[in-house]
Design a protein around this ligand. Structure first.
Ligand code: 4NP
Length: 167
């Protein structure tokens, strides 16, 4: 069923972090909000997943949900682990950091699948000096705000590229 939904869309995007309870569900929420605001949600299928299945079934971390809610985002995704079929279903798989990137590239079953894995940092514009979205899990509230700032920067760029047809 998931596969048939994504085939109707022009772009299918998967955001991946370690636990799928902080960064990648926030990325999903930010991206969904942007495509809704721009009226292009019919073009895009968006999901998120984790390298680890440790938090499978969980809602996003309470701290991430609080910070997202302050920006008008309700994060309701349930954590799930990345699976091999994700490399068939999605056009692009965005890694939040180098460790995620290396794991995803190792999981790919072909050069074509490997090419789908990209660093979200390559879409930063205002924060081009940053090379990843740092894991906020063991830090303070500023880390969660930083995640959202970086995601808004990258996701607006991704949405621009969707509108241009150049993603
Ligand atoms: P995320 O953050 O990868 O952004 O979801 C983390 C969530 C959980 C853990 C580490 C990072 N953990 O160690 O359980």
């Amino acid at each position: 069923m998931e596969q048939s939904v994504s085939k109707d869309k022009k772009y299918s995007l998967l955001f991946v972090c370690l636990g799928n309870i902080c960064r990648s569900p926030a990325a999903q929420g930010v991206m969904e909000s942007i495509v809704n605001e721009r009226g292009i949600s019919h073009l895009v299928d968006i999901d998120s997943a984790g390298i680890s299945g440790y938090h499978a079934g969980d809602l996003p971390d309470q701290r991430m949900r609080v910070h997202a809610r302050r920006r008008g985002l309700e994060l309701t995704h349930r954590s799930r682990q990345v699976r091999p079929t994700d490399f068939e279903r999605f056009d692009l798989i965005f890694a939040m950091d180098d460790s995620n990137y290396d794991h995803l590239r190792d999981m790919a079953n072909s050069p074509e699948e490997m090419d789908k894995v990209v660093r979200i940092a390559s879409f930063f514009r205002q924060h081009s000096a940053m090379d990843c979205i740092p894991d906020p899990y063991y830090g303070g509230s500023e880390g969660f705000e930083n995640v959202l700032d970086l995601l808004e920067d990258a996701c607006h760029h991704i949405a621009d590229r969707i509108e241009e047809g150049t993603l």
